[in-house]
Write a protein that binds this ligand. Sequence first.
Ligand code: ADP
Ligand code: MG
Length: 908
Amino acid sequence: MASSAHRNGGVPRGALKAQTSGSNARQSSFKSRLAPSSSPGSAVRRSSPASLGGGGGGSFKNQDGVPGRVRVAIRLRPRSAEEMSADADFADCVELQPELKRLKLRKNNWDADTYEFDEVLTEYASQKRVYEVVAKPVVESVLDGYNGTVMAYGQTGTGKTFTLGRLGEEDTADRGIMVRSMEDVLANVSPDTDSISVSYLQLYMEYIQDLLDPSNDNIPIVEDPKTGDVSLPGATLVEINDQQSFLELLRIGETHRIAANTKLNTESSRSHAILMVHVKRSVTGGEDAPSIENGNSSHFIKPSKPLVRKSKLVIVDLAGSERIHKSGSEGHMLEEAKSINLSLSALGKCINALAENSSHVPVRDSKLTRLLRDSFGGTARTSLVVTIGPSPRHRGETTSTILFGQRAMKVENMLKIKEEFDYKSLSRKLEIQVDKLVVENERLQKDFEDEVERINLEAQNRISEVERNFADALEKEKLKCQMEYMESIKELEERMVSNQRKHNRDGFFDDKHIEEGLGSSVEEASEIRRQLNDEISRRKALEEEINNLKSRLAQCLQPRENGGGEILRLHKDLEDEVHERKKLEEEVIMLQSQLLQMTLDTDQPRYLDRGAYRDSFNGLNSPTSQDQNPHYRSNGNRQKASAATLSEQVGLQKILSLLESDDANVRIHAVKVVANLAAEEVNQERIVEAGGLTSLLMLLRRYEDETVRRVAAGAIANLAMNEANQELIMVQGGISLLSMTAANAEDPQTLRMVAGAIANLCGNDKLQQKLRTEGGIRALLGTVRCGHPDVLSQVARGIANFAKCESRLATQGIRTGRSFLIEDGALPWIVHNANDEAAPIRRHIELALCHLAQHEVNAKDMVSGGALWELVRISRDCSREDIRNLARKTLNSSQTFRAELRRLRVEY
Ligand code: ADP
Ligand code: MG
């Protein structure tokens, strides 16, 4: 037995060799061995199913763990007073060799068995030392996250309760392991992150009673089917924050224990007292914390790994280990007695099985072994103190206690940290984190949307600005191109026309000659004026003489008888005088008209202008420069006065008759007077009634010299201002006469008069067809050959008048088909002169173009003839708004124009 015990003890002894020099060294050594929590490999480990060995133990053999044999210390109680006297003559049954950690159990006076323990505590060992040797390493392990068990085993009265449960109220040195353990625990935990809670139970006859709530006397053991963990959810759990409340709890528990035992008619030595200290500590995990990082979000704060270590310190004050018959269990039935010790004997069996590495450990045989399954062969650090008394009277019980301790020393535990994720804490932290992120995300989302909106708005503004600028620039560039385009076309056309003109030019107007002529005319006029005055005085003298003769004749007639010969003579004289007078009168008329003509030629050769321009353009023209100039106005008045005077003096009929005078000079002067009279509207009717129009046309027909024709044409032009006269002119073949005159004229002024006359006729709706048929348009266009601006102006006016009438007739549906102007080839000239420098020409042509453009039938010719560009130009550049608008309107209303503009990519 001794050798066996010795042998059995030898194995652990070897393991303890290094821990022999003092408790401090042992403690530090214990700690160094029990510091797997700092090892990264042990960071996350679930509590494994506790097991007292066998198949259950195999479940965590593959996992990391620290081997931790059950530590066993033996404590010897000092002799009690009773023993002092009763055993006075006997030596103690045990001899302790604490320095060798050996105990000698005397068999007799000469023989003893020697047992080795992890600690051998003599009767002098202080409570403090006992705590430090037995419990403190376990408490430290519990604080590190391991389960721990401190258990006292021994015969009743050997000091189990003394060792574990003394409160030390009278003498603090007496404080037992429970009190000192809690002191250490409380000193090492943080109330912010850790929590300590305590249950205090009693196990009696397989009933678990709550010492903190005596009414709760049958607490079931609950095993987690997955982990095998054992718990007592029905037990009262009191949170401990300070030592005082713990002491109070122990007192209450003790009171309740006494009360319960009284009630059950038992003693505390029959029951097992179990103190469970639950330690929950929060620790921060290492680098291998599970990452829930999402993407690259810089806003995410990686939460530290929240771990919680849930460990349990179980301090068990076992019932007395003595056999029942010896402890005097009077009053109890045998079955009851068996039941009382069922748990204890089951514990012994389990420890035996574990010590022998038996395949079956009867853990489930009792509630105590179920509760302690983690303490023996499980994952807890377990320290057992076996208490013995010195009395040789109890050698048997002492021996069995020692042997129990020896077997317990063979039980190997695999210490494992009880660490797990603090899912609640993690969840709480993550929820806070998620809420923060949600808020942040919403804020960022809002910022983002605002930013997008702002950028969008800015971009739209920029785009519209760029578009606007681009459109402006494009429009400008387009206009520039169009203008250049039109300019170049126009230049080409001008070049073409000037080339043609170069070929056709001959005998043009000689300005110099005219000037010379005018100079001599002034002198001539004063000479004629002088002669006229002479003639007038001569005529007056003659009239006086005639009067004298008349009175003499009357006297002569009275005395008839005075003789007929005298009468006849006088009669003959009279006739001579009358003839003479007639001749003089003719001469006077001639001189007067000559004078008139000279005056006109000198002062203002264009005496017809006023009539020719006036009232002919439907208000287009402002009053002529002549009308505005006082000098011209006075000249005009003088002409009027002279002509009127002449007409009064001579008589219109007489003057008209002179148009047919044999004398060419007379005819010239007469026609000038008539023309001058015709310039006045008041005279026109009289002139026509008196046959003046016929006479003037006759002058053209007679093919008189050019002066006569020029003046006659001027007079006709003036008469042609009157609508009634226009028809008369046409009826009397005026168009062909004017055409003929135009064809043969060399003087630009003649052409101007003819053009003016035709231009007036062009304004008559009724005469359109006839005018054209008789060659009026061609004649009008023919006059432009001289290139004189006055002529061109008249031509432009005529064309404008004609186009206007045509347009009017077309609108009324009377006229269909292309414009006669286009048919007779007027378009090239129109286009060429459309932008003439002279405003009257330009405006007439612009108007004409607008009239022509109003009728789609002309559009094609206008496009091909280049008139479209002029219309475009007019629509943009014309200084008169009404013409601009008209041009724009016509451009828009014509499909042909629009198509052409589109084709040429001209935006209109
Ligand atoms: P058990 O709980 O094992 O039945 P107790 O702890 O009640 O034994 O001890 C029985 C008696 O012995 C008590 O009076 C106790 O004070 C005393 N006693 C036990 N151990 C010691 C000790 N080491 N030193 C002094 N007195 C002790
Ligand atoms: Mg006791």
